[in-house]
Design a protein around this ligand. Structure first.
Ligand code: NDP
Length: 449
């Protein structure tokens, strides 16, 4: 069968737009993958015949539910819960839960879609999914967060299972929330099913290195990019946005690899610390006190807090956007490139806008997409599932060595695929094509389902 590939790709995208009106982030994520897939259809007409791309763009199942709960003043609150079970060709749906007021169906679908290819790149047997709620944990007491999580799980539990769907954390969902969610799941099902959630506490089924995995993994990925260019982190000036889970452990690993992180941020602004971010103070402020990044500057003499403002104004050689989607636009990219930035590694999911990616490409900045560079978190979640299934527990060193190996493998796979498909150095194309091929082969093998 002859396929007019550009027309076919165009038609797929038009159909996604028509079917999913208003879901801009989802459109953006699909577009970014489709832009890489023409070279695949050129070689694999069977994927055009069997509408494999079209099937992957359509979630297998989307669940939307009401989450009623009562706040500390006795007032009834109503939030909306989501779980998008996107693709199970490679294994049970796997992907985090995000609690943030900005969460809507389009955001969950963009994250779930990305997750399919990311999970494929890890080489682990996990499908793609994502979920969350427009609940804002900020400023809520532990008791309120617990009541919300219990109500959320009271609906979601029926869709989960260690062989069905295995959520984890994401923005606004850390160890505390996973604990409450797991407790309610156990209570409702009367099953101690460790493998149903990842990111669990270390004393009750959690895995060492899961907390650190995404940030560490992004740093390992960056190191692999530098190795190809005969460089290391030694002496490099680094800026990491955000100050959550990914950012904190990204900073930790960059420092241990010889780089210096001079700035990080939250949604209120950023801090610059020319001495390098003091990780102990940062952890105290953000992890233990759940405070603001400005509190860091109040405690560290060498630090300055800039309210509002863009953290990307701070000159650096390596930038690691690790807060949220579309946080780095073309203006910020232009400033970064002009200030001598040579590496951009996405710690967050889709933090760089398409036009900013183009600025980096034109300026010769080495760029790593999130679905490859931040895959360390989900890869370590799969290692947690492996330990749960075998009732085993690995050491920190062993788990970290596995993570480092997985990240180097992902880099090699993206790098080699980009070369094989005629775009050497283009890790965006390499990640999209390598991830897609793995999923497509399984989708194809399972027949028309
Ligand atoms: P956290 O909730 O721990 O931290 C998020 C950080 O980003 C906070 O500093 C937060 O600041 C900031 N942030 C969030 N939303 C915004 C916004 N709209 N504008 C500005 N700053 C914002 O989340 P994670 O560190 O877990 O996740 C960060 C990113 O990494 C997300 O894109 C997530 O999907 C991705 N990711 C996370 C993984 C993980 O294992 N945790 C795995 C793979 C990807 P504030 O507190 O002020 O809101």
């Amino acid at each position: 069968m002859h396929v007019d590939v550009p027309a076919k790709v165009h038609a797929i995208y038009d159909e996604v737009l028509r079917r999913n009106p208003g879901e801009e982030e989802f459109h953006q994520a699909v577009r970014e993958v489709l832009d890489s897939l023409a070279v695949v259809l050129d070689r694999h007409s069977e994927y055009a015949e069997m509408k494999t791309i079209e099937r992957i763009c359509e979630p297998e199942r989307q669940i939307i539910f009401r989450v009623p709960w009562q706040d500390d003043r006795g007032e009834v609150q109503i939030n909306r819960g989501f779980r998008v079970e996107f693709n199970s060709a490679l294994g049970p749906y796997k992907g985090g839960l995000r609690f943030h007021p900005s969460v809507n169906l389009g955001i969950v679908k963009f994250l779930g879609f990305e997750q399919i290819f990311k999970n494929a790149l890890t080489g682990m047997p996990i499908g793609g999914g994502k979920g969350g709620s427009d609940f804002d944990p900020k400023g809520r007491s532990d008791a309120e967060v617990m009541r919300f999580c219990q109500s959320f799980m009271t609906e979601l539990y029926r869709h989960l299972g260690e062989y069905t769907d295995v959520p984890a954390g994401d923005i606004g969902v850390g160890a505390r929330e996973i604990g409450y969610l797991f407790g309610q799941y156990k209570r409702i099902t009367n099953r101690y099913e460790s493998g149903v959630l990842t990111g669990k506490g270390l004393g009750w089924g959690g895995a060492l290195v899961r907390t650190e995995a995404t940030g560490y993994g992004a740093a390992f990925f960056a190191e692999a990019m530098m190795t190809v260019r005969g460089e290391t982190f030694e002496g490099k000036r680094v800026v990491i946005s955000g100050s959550g889970n990914v950012a904190v452990y990204g900073i930790e690993k960059v420092h241990s690899l010889g780089g210096t992180v001079v700035a990080c941020s939250d949604s209120s602004g950023y801090v610059v610390d020319e001495d390098g971010i003091d990780l102990e103070v940062l952890k105290q402020v953000k992890e233990r006190e759940r405070g603001r990044i400005s509190d860091y500057a109040d405690r560290v003499a060498s630090a300055e807090f800039v309210e509002g403002g863009s953290v990307w104004d701070v000159p650096c050689e390596v930038a690691v956007p690790s807060a949220t989607q579309n946080e780095l636009d073309d203006d910020a990219a232009t400033v970064l490139a002009r200030n001598g930035c040579r590496y951009v590694i996405e710690g967050a999911n889709m933090p760089t806008t398409p036009s900013a990616v183009k600025v980096f490409r034109d300026a010769g900045v080495a760029f790593a997409p999130g679905k490859a560079a931040n895959a360390g978190g989900v890869a370590t979640s799969a290692l947690e599932m492996q330990q749960n299934a075998s009732r085993d527990r690995w050491t920190f060193e062993h788990s970290e060595a596995r993570l480092a190996e997985i990240m180097r493998d992902i880099h090699t796979r993206c790098h080699e695929t980009a070369e094989e498909y005629g775009s050497p150095g283009d890790l965006v194309l390499g990640a999209n094509v390598a991830g897609f091929l793995q999923v497509a082969e399984a989708v194809h093998a399972h027949g028309l389902i």
